[in-house]
Each structure stands twice: as structure tokens, then as C-alpha cells.
Design a protein around this ligand. Sequence first.
Ligand code: 4GX
Length: 240
Amino acid sequence: MRIDVITIFPAVFREFLGASLIGRAVAAGLLEVHVHDLREYTEDPHRSVDDEPYGGGGGMVMTAPPWLRAVRAVSGDGPQPHRILLSPQGERLDDARVRSLAGEERLMLLCGRYEAIDERVRMLVVDSEMSIGDYVLSGGEVPAMTVIEAVSRHIPGVVGRPESVENESFRSGLLDHPHYTRPRTVEGIEVPDVLRSGDHARIDVWRREQALEATRRKRPDLLAGDARGREVAPKASNRR
Ligand code: 4GX
């Protein structure tokens, strides 16, 4: 997969892209990420990317022309990327959306700053608008890194053990079960006996019960109405 990022802060992506899982995916040629400076697509001596809003009011608005030039230049004339604007007005990112984005050949992530972006950018060069949650950040850079990291995990070969991706939370529609490693005792708290029993059928049952209990306690919204009481079923819409 190829991902292009457009931002006025390209430097904030450097360390992120070189580190850990993403760094290895890039080095292995499974993932290609290109970061572009929006200011390179301005045409005035001050390289400005914002202006006052028509209609007045506080805050600055990102102007359309640099965005239109940048998106079109970076898209090129090959297969067109799926172009995503990160913004609090977007559709909420979740596991289903991440998996579907991972199936794209090319993604383009548009990182805005300031209070807003000229509406003509959305109208002319954006395919979807996505939010990582209902809170306001200062820019789309952290949301873009969130998309890159979440999507990368679903590119075949990026995560060494495919079970790590398939067994984790959300795949089952349930939260993860508790995990333990050495030492056996930590400040008087023992590892549950069942995990040291070697009985894998019992361990599976225990993990499933624990996952369901954790989901009931912390995220009852993930469960179908009847499972919030006693039954054992994630919402059909959460199961994949
Ligand atoms: N999930 N922000 C984007 C600037 C902006 C405003 C409007 C485009 C249109 C956010 C979020 C988020 C703050 C990033 C405003 N860009 N993005 N920025 N939550 O809060 O994605």
C-alpha cells in the first residue's frame, strides 16, 4: 500500500515512520509513505495557507488553492488514491473502517490546522472525512498517524503473527481477556491457576468468560441487549 500525507508539519512524521512496526513495514517494501509539505504548493512569497473567514467570526480558515494544487499533484495520473480529510466533523474511525481502508491500493491523508478548511476543498478533492473521536485537536497530524498505524496492522506481512491481529479486541466483538507473564507473583497477586494448568480447553473457556465479563463491565455498548445480562453473544454488528 502507498500512503501520501499532506501537512504543514512534515517533520512530525519522520520519527514515527522510522520506528517499530511501521519502520519495518516501510523497510520491507510492504508500505510506502510519502509526506508532503502543503507550503510547497503555495504561490505567494509568504507561503501562506490561511486567511480570514468570509462572514467574519473568530479563527482562521485554510485556503483552497494550495490544497487543490497539492492533492492533484500528489495524486498523479495513475490509480487514484482514496482521499481522506481528518476532522472532527468526519465519520468516526472504527475497526470495520480500518479494515476496509486497508484494502485500498492508495490512501491520501489531508491534515488540516487552524479552525477550519475552505468548504471547496471538501467539495473538490476529498472522498471521505474521518474523525478519530469526539474531542478537538490542534491539527490532523495525530489523527493521520492513528490511521497509518491502525491500517498498517492489516497489511499482510506487517504484523509477524497474523493471530495477533485476528485474536485481538474487536475481531470477536469483545474486549481482550486479561494477560499474565512472569513473575508468577507480583506484590502478593498470583497468576490464576487455570493459566498454569496446561489444559487448553479450560484456558479457552476461562478467556472467553473473562473477555465477556470485561466487556460487560467496561463497554456494555458492544454487547447485544440480551448478552448484557447473562447470554454469551457480542452484537452481530461487531462480529466479523
Ligand atoms: N479527528 N482536528 C483537524 C483542523 C481542521 C478543521 C476542520 C479540517 C477541517 C480531529 C479529530 C480534530 C482538529 C483535526 C481540527 N481540519 N481530526 N483540525 N478529532 O480534532 O480527526
